[in-house]
Design a protein around this ligand. Structure first.
Ligand SMILES: Cc1cc2nc3c(=O)[nH]c(=O)nc-3n(C[C@H](O)[C@H](O)[C@H](O)COP(=O)(O)OP(=O)(O)OC[C@H]3O[C@@H](n4cnc5c(N)ncnc54)[C@H](O)[C@@H]3O)c2cc1C
Ligand SMILES: NC(=O)c1ccc[n+]([C@@H]2O[C@H](COP(=O)([O-])OP(=O)(O)OC[C@H]3O[C@@H](n4cnc5c(N)ncnc54)[C@H](OP(=O)(O)O)[C@@H]3O)[C@@H](O)[C@H]2O)c1
Length: 461
């Protein structure tokens, strides 16, 4: 039996919040599926965080930022990156690429720029969604949340004890290496922001740049065995991740050795069980003594930092490369529960209480983001156009709980397991989920989210 979720509104309109990679793919796919998609973007152009903002704070991208996922693994299927581009293009090239995508698919006309969504709530009559932006409120049949999750700097909470008399900044506000001229610098964290910023600083700072982390990480060079490292891993994509992990760890050990050989702590989880830290240059700067590792911070003492091994260093500037909080400020707790980092969704996309509330990009991938948001957007378009049917609510919840258990086992309970996806595994699963959803619709089973006039079942896009 098909269980219809009807919509009284007949305009079949979908609001898409954000016009970064995720929002752009959503507007394109929804439009191509015959829905009226309206994008809302608070900045003046598309591209999200890849569009640098040196004068303001609308983007965490810095002057030296390049992709750390390779061109071939990052490009959209619908819009390949130019073949003569480098394997790891700069942020400015990526911003131009997203702008080209928006122009090629006519998305400029469908997005309202310079408009911030401040509230999204269920219509009072229980029908549709009320979207408030720039003081006005409009009704939509469905909403796609694509607001990104690298805007809200995560400072240590609680703050480290003691007083620090030097300057502090978060990686989000870092622009270029002029910041470091002649200063004694400590960078905190061992993620991709930390290692990029430490390397930038190491060319300009006074003395070695200190890089503090409370645990270890594998540092993966951009090239392994003469090709992009993620392509090497991608070649193993048909294998179970545990097997891929063993092979990848052996390959990394062979190519660069163990992290401990560079003075970094031993990672407490295996490769593919923690977010990859990718850098060619960190290992080089460590071996030259221009970057020196320190353990976690114990406390501050005036212009000194005391580390957990008892060592002290004098520092002028601390850069907190401690990541980002995931926030969806325009949705209330009714929809977010204990918070967006823990929110269970059907296939990381559909809200379990109401599939007309969709999320594109609310995930942390082991690989690139663009193919993931493209696949998620295609799934959303299939479902909202009525071409495909979701499993029953009970099955959706059971699937989401199963996925969380597997993810917690792999990534650990304190590392946002609900958001984690394995790049290759997730893309393969999404293809299967889409096929099953179309089959369900053909068989008249599951939940059809009818916000649009139904297409003929079997009609291919
Ligand atoms: C420094 C850095 C480097 C990265 N490098 C890589 C990489 O090499 N490869 C990779 O695949 N991924 C990388 N990522 C991950 C990155 O998040 C994705 O590449 C991609 O940018 C995600 O797109 P998005 O649309 O989800 O988010 P964003 O790019 O953040 O776009 C979200 C958009 O929503 C808008 N918005 C937010 N709230 C509202 C609102 N209330 N109303 C209207 N508009 C709103 C924002 O202005 C923004 O334009 C990196 C992330 C960071 C922080
Ligand atoms: N293309 C690129 O080159 C590039 C560059 C930068 C960022 N990125 C991407 O942007 C995203 C964000 O990266 P990010 O590096 O900013 O954040 P991140 O991946 O969340 O890393 C944060 C780091 O800070 C540490 N940390 C967090 N809280 C801490 C605390 N209170 N005290 C000490 N250490 C703390 C974490 O270590 P613990 O494990 O100990 O918590 C971790 O090492 C990622 O997806 C990343 O891949 C890509």
């Amino acid at each position: 039996m098909t269980q219809d979720i009807p919509s009284a509104a007949r305009t079949c309109r979908v609001a898409v919040v954000g016009a970064g990679a995720a929002g752009l793919t959503a507007v394109k796919e929804l439009t191509e599926a015959g829905l009226e998609a309206v994008g809302f973007e608070r900045r003046e152009r598309p591209g999200g965080l890849w569009v640098r903002d040196p004068e303001g704070n609308a983007s965490p991208a810095y002057a030296s930022l390049h992709l750390n996922t390779s061109r071939g693994r990052t490009e959209f299927a619908a819009h390949p990156m130019p073949a003569d581009w480098p394997d790891y293009p700069s942020a400015d090239l990526v911003a131009g690429y997203l702008d080209d995508y928006a122009r090629r698919f006519g998305l400029y006309d469908r997005i309202r720029f310079g408009v911030e969504v401040t509230r999204v709530e269920r219509g009072q009559d229980g029908d549709g969604w009320l979207v408030t932006a720039d003081g006005g409120t409009e009704r939509f049949d469905a909403v796609v949340v694509a607001n990104g999750h690298h805007h809200d700097p995560r400072w240590p909470d609680p703050a480290y004890p003691g007083d620090f008399t030097g300057e502090q900044m978060h990686a989000h506000d870092y622009q270029d290496a002029d910041t470091f001229d002649g200063r004694r610098v400590l960078v905190v964290g061992l993620g991709n922001s930390a290692v990029d910023i430490a390397v930038d600083a190491s060319h300009r700072a006074e003395g070695p740049v200190l890089l503090s982390s409370r645990r270890g990480a594998y540092v993966i060079p951009k090239y392994l065995f003469g090709r992009p490292a993620d392509a090497t891993n991608g070649a193993l994509s048909g294998l179970p991740w545990r097997l891929r992990q063993r092979i990848s760890e052996a390959a990394l050990r062979l190519a660069v050795g163990r992290p401990e050989a560079y003075g970094l702590p031993k990672p407490d989880r295996g490769l593919l069980e923690s977010h990859p830290t990718v850098s060619d240059t960190l290992l080089h700067r460590l071996t030259h003594g221009e970057v020196a590792h320190r353990p976690g911070i114990a406390r501050f003492d005036g212009d000194q930092v005391v580390f957990t091994d008892g060592r002290r260093d004098t520092v002028d500037l601390v850069v907190w490369a401690t990541g980002y909080r995931v926030t969806v400020p325009f949705l209330d707790d009714r929809w977010l529960g204990t918070g967006p980092e823990e929110l269970l969704l059907h296939h990381r996309v559909f809200h379990l209480d109401d599939p007309t509330l969709c999320f594109v990009g609310l995930m942390q991938s082991t690989g690139a983001a663009f193919p993931v948001v493209e696949a998620q957007s295609r799934l959303v378009a299939d479902v909202l156009s009525g071409r495909a049917c979701l499993p029953t609510p009970g099955e959706q919840r059971a699937d989401a709980e199963r996925a969380l258990r597997a993810s917690t086992e792999r990534w650990g309970g304190d590392r946002r397991p609900a958001m984690r996806i394995d790049f290759d595994g997730y893309l393969a699963e999404t293809a299967a989920v889409r096929r099953a959803a179309v089959d369900r619709a053909r068989a008249g089973q599951g939940v059809r989210v009818r916000v649009a006039a139904p297409r003929t079942i079997g009609e291919e896009r």
